[in-house]
Design a protein around this ligand. Structure first.
Ligand code: NAD
Length: 337
């Protein structure tokens, strides 16, 4: 397994994963396939682009001819490419279905025809829907409530069906909310951090009591690499282990880092649909593959804030690009994917 395609490798998680693969001695070639939507930036790959092991292909995962050409000369696929912003999915569901469902199908179909050795489909805990109590295991029913999560649930089922019907060696990972350097500022942590850096207020939706598990992106990438190398085909692996916080608690943590008080916070009406709590049991990947998170939330948030403080050139132009379209469709930014 020395030639690997990473779809969505110019996005947030994908770019961290690419750097991780490039550091592995037994990986000879990494090809990023990314269409560079508003969420993808070659700058996310930074110096990785200088590596002779890395090739960058700008293209769409629904382009069957291009996908075929790439897949036939690689051994494995790690599939991150997706539309990932929940709020956008309320207004642009067709784009989500095209990329997340049809795009996944196009990759699976090529993988099947060209005998790919491993296909890791990267998914989300949001497919389990809200859990007021308890935690979802990999066997829990899929009860997605928003178009983004529904499209991911559909792609998960397609990926698993490729294993059952054709024996394609597919694994699915489902992680909680990622954070870390380089995340698009439409997502809540970078949105709040960049606003606080500019001395602006931040907004909390609804009651501020929505619970999410915050996982450092490098912990998720380590888990995905374990699944790529040792995951059993046909299996799903939940990836959690971050810290559970309500959105009000998360806001409080960020305010503390900036030495700001609650006068910097405005409460706004909740978004169209906002699941009250996600929670996963991730003991399977811990027991079977030896995964465990290494980042504490305090250390991870401090590192993340520092990154945004040191790299205004990376987020200031992006904020200008996203605020206008979001204002036009009248949604509040900040929802997670
Ligand atoms: P992101 O939005 O930062 O990156 C997505 C990347 O995919 C971008 O580079 C974009 O240009 C590319 N892309 C989009 N449509 C494409 C297409 N049709 N063809 C080729 N490339 C395309 O997303 P992310 O936060 O890095 O998430 C990566 C994956 O992880 C997604 O599948 C997402 O569902 C999943 N996930 C994310 C989180 C999270 O907290 N961010 C949590 C769980 C799961």
């Amino acid at each position: 397994m020395d030639k690997i395609i990473v779809t969505g490798g110019a996005g947030f998680i994908g770019s961290h994963f690419v750097r991780r693969l490039l550091a592995a001695d037994d990986v000879a070639e990494v090809t990023v396939l990314d269409s560079l939507t508003y969420a993808g930036h070659k700058e996310n790959l930074e110096d990785a682009l200088l590596s002779p092991k890395l090739s960058f292909v700008r293209g769409n995962i629904i382009d069957q001819e291009l996908v075929d050409e790439l897949v036939q000369r690689h051994d494995a696929i790690v599939h991150f490419a997706a539309e990932s912003h929940v709020d956008r999915s309320f207004f642009e569901a067709a784009t989500f279905l095209t990329t997340n469902v049809l795009g996944t199908h196009t990759l699976l179909d090529a993988a099947r025809r060209h005998g790919i050795q491993k296909f890791v489909h990267v998914s989300t805990d949001e497919v389990y829907g809200p859990l007021p109590t308890g935690s979802a295991s990999e066997q829990s029913p899929l009860k997605a409530t928003v178009p983004y999560a529904a499209s991911k649930a559909c792609s998960d089922l397609l990926a698993l069906s490729a294993f059952r019907t054709d024996g394609l060696p597919v694994c699915v990972t489902r992680s909680s909310n990622n954070y870390g350097p380089g995340q698009h500022p439409e997502k809540i942590i970078p949105l709040f951090v960049t606003r606080l850096l500019k001395g602006l207020s931040v907004t909390v939706h609804g009651s501020g009591q929505h619970v999410r598990n915050w996982l450092h992106v490098e912990d998720n990438c380590r888990a995905i690499e374990l699944v790529l190398r040792r995951g059993i085909p046909g299996e799903i692996y939940n990836v959690g282990g971050g810290t559970d916080l309500t959105s009000a608690e998360l806001t409080g943590r960020l305010l503390r880092i900036f030495d700001a008080d609650w006068s910097a916070v405005t409460y706004v009406p909740d978004r169209k649909s906002n699941d009250i709590r996600y929670s996963m049991d991730w003991s399977k990947i811990a027991d079977d593959l030896g995964y465990g998170p290494s980042w504490s939330l305090d250390a991870g948030l401090a590192q993340t804030v520092e990154w945004y403080r040191e790299h205004p050139e990376r987020w200031a132009p992006v904020i200008r690009d996203v605020e206008a379209p979001l204002a036009e469709i009248n949604v509040a930014p900040g929802a997670e994917g």
